[in-house]
Ligand binder design. Structure first.
Ligand code: GLN
Length: 282
C-alpha cells in the first residue's frame, strides 16, 4: 500500500484486513477498540457508526502490529493488557496465565460453600493475576482472603489488580502452602499447573508462563503436593477445591480419598468437561 492509500484506510477496511489475516471478528474489533482507546462496552457501536472514518496513520500502524502478533498466536489479553473474569476487569501481562472462563466453575463452587459462613478464611494457591482471590473477595466481602504465588512478578500483577479494584487480599510470596505455615482455614482453592510435560497442546500455549501450565510427566505433580499439604492447613469441615485437566477428575478424586478427604465431588465447566474436584476435611 502506498502512503496515500494508507492515509485513506478506513476503520472498516482495517478491520476487514485483520479478518482476512485469519483473526476472529471479535478479536479484530477488540484490537481496534484498544488502539482507538474506546470505552469498553461502547466499542462495537462506535466502530459501526464510524466505519468509513479514516484511521489515523499512527493508530493504523499500531493496529497492524497488534494484528500481526495476534495472527501468530499471542493471546488477545496480553495484547490489550486486560481480561474479564467473574465480572472483574483484570490487568494481565505475560508473567501470568490468562484467566479462563473454566475457572469460574471453581469460584462458583467456593462462593456457594463460603456464603453461609460469617467470616471465612480462604487461600488461593498459585494466584497468578489474582483472578480467583479477587473474585472471591468481591463476591464475599466478609471473607478473609489470602493469595500465594511463587512468582514475585505474578504477585506484583495480582497486587496491582487488588489495589485498582479496591479489594483487600493478603498477597503472599512462596510455594503453595509454605507461606501459610501455622495457619488453618475454612477453604483452600487452587488452579495449579496441570498439563503433562510434552503435551501436544503446549505449543498453542507458548506465550504463557510455562511454570503456570506444566506439572511433571502426568501433569499431577503440583496437585499431589497441594493435596498432601492441605490437611495441615484446613480446619475441621474445611474444603479443598482444585481445578484440573478434563481427564484428571478420577486421579484427583483418588488423591483426595487417599489423603482422607470426604464428600469428594467433581464439577463441570461451561463446556461440560469435569474441571474441578474437591473434598471436605473431616
Ligand atoms: N486451563 C488451561 C489450559 O488448558 C491450563 C491451566 C492450568 O494448567 N492450570 O489452557
Amino acid at each position: 500500500m502506498n502512503d496515500d492509500a494508507r492515509a485513506r484506510t478506513t476503520v472498516a477496511q482495517a478491520w476487514q484486513a485483520a479478518v482476512q489475516r485469519g483473526l476472529e471478528r471479535i478479536d479484530a474489533q477488540a484490537l481496534l477498540a484498544h488502539v482507538l482507546d474506546l470505552p469498553p462496552g461502547r466499542a462495537r457501536a462506535w466502530l459501526l457508526a464510524h466505519d468509513t472514518d479514516p484511521l489515523p496513520p499512527a493508530q493504523l500502524a499500531r493496529y497492524e502490529a497488534l494484528v500481526q502478533r495476534r495472527a501468530t498466536g499471542e493471546p488477545l489479553a496480553y495484547l490489550v493488557g486486560t481480561r474479564e473474569f467473574y465480572g472483574l476487569t483484570l490487568a494481565v501481562t505475560p508473567a501470568v496465565l490468562v484467566p479462563r472462563p473454566d475457572t469460574e466453575t471453581l469460584v462458583d463452587w467456593a462462593v456457594e460453600l463460603l456464603r453461609p459462613l460469617p467470616a471465612p478464611r480462604v487461600a488461593d494457591l498459585g494466584t497468578g493475576s489474582g483472578a480467583i482471590a479477587l473474585a472471591l473477595k468481591h463476591s464475599l466481602p466478609q471473607a478473609e482472603v489470602s493469595a500465594v504465588d511463587l512468582s514475585a512478578e505474578a504477585l506484583a500483577v495480582a497486587r496491582a489488580n487488588g489495589e485498582r479494584l479496591g479489594l483487600a487480599v493478603q498477597w503472599l510470596h512462596g510455594s503453595w502452602l509454605e507461606p501459610l505455615a501455622g495457619r488453618r482455614l475454612e477453604m483452600i482453592v487452587s488452579n495449579p499447573p496441570y498439563i503433562a510435560d510434552g503435551d501436544p497442546h503446549l505449543p498453542a500455549l507458548q506465550h504463557e508462563p510455562e511454570r503456570a501450565l506444566t506439572s511433571g510427566p502426568d501433569g499431577l505433580d503440583d496437585l499431589r503436593r497441594i493435596v498432601a499439604a492441605a490437611p495441615h492447613h484446613l480446619l475441621p469441615g474445611g474444603w479443598l477445591l482444585l481445578e484440573h485437566g478434563h481427564d484428571q477428575a478420577e486421579a484427583v478424586q483418588a488423591l483426595l480419598r487417599e489423603a482422607g478427604f470426604q464428600r469428594i465431588q467433581t464439577r463441570h465447566d461451561l463446556g461440560h468437561r469435569p474441571r474441578c474436584t474437591g473434598g471436605r476435611w473431616n
